[in-house]
Design a protein around this ligand. Structure first.
Ligand code: F6R
Length: 611
């Protein structure tokens, strides 16, 4: 977690660092800071604040900091609480400044060693050992690059760092092991950051550093060394990311913008992956056909919202593709010692492609001897993408709001594409395939229609804002959608929300029902609606407030205890994707009324790169 950025230019880099940090805040936002070699005073200056980048920006206005070289950081606390002392950059003896993303596992013995060498620690972080180590080696006469290299050899864990030194005031040295890092190649200026989005305002030419790489950059050149210290050339990519793709435009929050971007995101994800009523298998890569031929089952691994997408896919894979599927939370899978099945396709789902548990679970599945791997991901060149045999990118565009919305619905669409190509091998007919493809083509329009409920949901949200709990119910493929609705509500409104398969109600949760516990039911007109109706009657009979998302009003007789939110006729295949959307909007409006920080809810971060 955490976002880092560094810059070497001829102009003042302070505004560049701040703009970059704002674009990295999705990685953490409990404190922020920067360090520059101030011009003209030639001193190492640092500013750190508790809170978001905007607080740092305000504090900067009280200073006259100006510099052609600097590093900056936005933090998601791991070692040590969010405080000014623990905020980055960390400095050693007014000479070395370091920003760091990741975890140094052996920081405790290193800290003792450095204390014996006379270094004084002023924070609880693991990062401070890196600053002191680099200082220590610099004092032994090493150049900054070598001092960083030597220090990194002593660290265990996964990290990306950026360093500046008063001893070499024109350089930024940065390195990655386990955490992403990209170089931005400008004209007469160079940058480094956790992610391309941070660099887009200054350059579109980027280099993705590889595992173990270290770069020394000055304003007019850069040199990359690989893990063995050998100079290497890495290709320059021209990023397709648009600067405004990560801007909020006229929307008050990224989350709302991203919810409304879903028709376009889905259309782009479908893109040219279908033709004449067929899914094009080449979309999964050159080797897909050969790899899919061997597959007899599917093991899905993911976390959070992406896990919910996997749960939905299980219903599709078993009912449409007729292939057995298991779905597991990555943090459980990686430690469970699962029995390997070489014919099981391992599907990892991740918006960021950097989720530590998902990545580790994939590596574990490979080590154990599971079958080929496919990653469904929204970030090209991410660690997960690079570790997988096959990739199906979701083209949702950057998702900045911490609560995942368009990434989720595009993941679902990608999983439906997968379902078709596997189904073909297990008896899915051309006519059935054409029917699914047609349903997928209607998806952007169906989502547009669901977005039309916006105003109604805004009003409905008022009924939830003063509640402390909400129960979500669903059956079959809509049960994971109820889970996702509950996750959205809890993470941004802080209202406790739980989802149950409706049939489980009478096995315990019914005891919770009273008129203070709103119950949301996801109840489209599918084969299970009749069964769901009786579950809803059970709630109704106990005075519970029911809010039913359904195709038509006919679900239950309307009453003062029952409100129907009507979505109209929705094709059954794509129904879970469509029903996710009003639940996102409802959560958004409840959070808005409660006045929470919708895009950056407390204690969370967008990219969970720590275990
Ligand atoms: C919730 C949310 C998280 C993520 C989870 C996995 O709205 O976004 O639950 O889904 O942290 O992240 P990715 O998909 O990046 O692996």
């Amino acid at each position: 977690m955490c976002g880092i950025i560094g810059a070497a230019a001829e102009r003042d880099v302070v505004p560049i660092l701040i703009e970059g940090l704002k674009r990295l805040e999705y990685r953490g936002y409990d404190s922020a800071g920067l360090a520059v070699i101030d011009y003209p005073s030639h001193t190492l200056e640092r500013l750190r604040v508790i809170g978001k980048v905007e607080v740092l920006e305000k504090s900067l206005k009280q200073t006259s900091l100006c510099s052609p070289i600097g590093i900056a950081h936005t933090r998601w606390a791991t070692h040590g609480k969010p405080s000014q002392e623990n905020a980055h950059p960390h400095i050693s003896r007014d000479t070395i400044a370091v920003v760091h993303n990741g975890i140094v596992e052996n920081y405790a013995p290193l800290r003792s060693l450095l204390e014996q060498r006379g270094y004084e620690f002023t924070s609880e972080t693991d990062t401070e050992v890196i600053a002191h180590l680099i200082h220590y080696y610099s004092q032994q006469g090493m150049k900054l690059t070598q001092a960083v290299q030597t220090s990194l050899q002593e660290l265990r864990g996964s990290y990306a760092i950026a360093v500046i030194s008063m001893l070499e005031p024109n350089s930024v040295v940065a390195a990655r092991r386990g955490s992403p890092l990209v170089i931005g190649v400008g004209i007469g200026e160079n940058f480094v950051a956790s992610d391309v989005a941070a660099l887009i305002p200054v350059t579109q030419r980027v280099i993705f550093l590889e595992e173990g790489d270290l770069v020394t950059l000055q304003r007019d050149n850069y040199q990359i060394l690989d893990f063995s210290g050998t100079p290497v050339t890495r290709p320059i990519h021209v990023s397709q990311l648009q600067a405004d793709a990560v801007e909020r435009g006229t929307y008050r929050h990224y989350m709302k913008k991203e919810i409304f971007e879903q028709p376009r995101a889905l259309a782009e994800t479908l893109g040219n992956r279908i033709h004449n009523g067929k899914v094009l298998e080449a979309s999964f890569g050159h080797h897909a056909q050969h790899l899919f031929d061997k597959v007899e089952s599917v093991q899905i691994i993911a976390c959070g919202t992406s896990y919910h997408a996997g749960l939905v896919a299980r219903y599709w894979l078993e009912s449409i593709a007729k292939i057995p599927c298991t779905v597991e939370v990555a943090s459980e899978f990686r430690y469970r010692q699962p029995l390997p099945n070489p014919k099981a396709l391992v599907v990892t789902i991740s918006q960021s492609g950097e989720t530590a548990d998902t990545l580790a679970a994939l590596l574990e599945a490979k080590r154990l001897g599971f079958g080929p791997s496919l990653s469904i991901c929204n970030v090209p060149e991410s660690s997960l993408v690079r570790a997988s045999d096959m990739v199906l990118m979701t083209h949702a565009g950057p998702e900045i709001g911490v609560a995942s919305t368009k990434a989720f619905t595009t993941q679902l669409l990608a999983l439906l594409l997968l379902c078709v190509v596997l189904g073909r091998r297990h008896g899915l007919s051309a006519a059935q395939e054409a029917e699914i493809v047609h349903a997928m083509e209607t998806l952007p329009g169906a989502i547009e229609k669901a977005l039309g409920l916006d105003k109604q949901l805004q009003v409905l949200a008022e009924r939830f804002a003063d509640k402390h709990h909400t129960l979500f119910l669903g059956r079959g493929i809509h049960y994971p959608i109820a889970m996702e609705g509950a996750l959205k509500l809890k993470e941004i409104s802080y209202i406790h929300a739980e989802a149950y398969p409706a049939g489980e109600l009478k096995h315990g949760p019914l005891a919770l029902i009273d008129n203070d516990m709103p119950v949301i039911a996801v109840a489209p007109n599918d084969a299970l609606q009749e069964k769901l109706k009786s579950n809803l009657q059970e709630v109704h009979a106990r005075g519970g407030q029911l809010f039913v998302f359904a195709n038509h009003r006919a679900v239950l007789p309307a009453s003062e205890f029952l409100e129907i939110i009507e979505l109209g006729e929705v094709n059954e295949i794509i129904s879970p994707i469509v029903y996710a959307v009003p639940l996102q909007l409802l959560a958004y409006y409840v959070a808005l009324i409660k006045g929470t920080d919708v895009d950056k809810p407390r204690n969370l971060a967008k990219s969970v790169t720590v275990e």
